[in-house]
Design a protein around this ligand. Sequence first.
Ligand code: 5GP
Ligand code: ZN
Length: 115
Amino acid sequence: MKDQNCLFCKIIEGDIPSSKVYEDEYVYAFRDINPQAPVHVLVVPKEHIASVDAVDPGNSAYVAKCFEAIAKIAKAEGLVSGYRVISNCGEDGGQTVMHLHFHIIGGVKLSEKIV
Ligand code: 5GP
Ligand code: ZN
């Protein structure tokens, strides 16, 4: 189900253009408009899920599909030495778009380490 006021739902629908890197029945992935590394891809479920905090037994299959896609995209992008997957959640987590997304960041040795 899509949310008509949601930026990423509009990107999934093609109403807002994006640089697509992967798509299947459950997942859409595209390049971040403001990349923080040579590879910066956003992986989003095609179901509108607001954030990690809204994951439940009824929608968690979309999360699994996102991670299957992440592994495929990382290989396709040549991230053989590793990468980071980040999901900011809520205000304190720094989330700015309220549609669940996973940042794939890589293509360079990442130095900042929070955890
Ligand atoms: P958050 O801060 O919610 O974790 O991540 C949102 C991400 O979406 C940011 O990295 C931001 O650059 C990206 N973003 C925001 N608007 C657009 C857009 O219209 N197109 C694309 N490709 N990325 C966007
Ligand atoms: Zn949405």
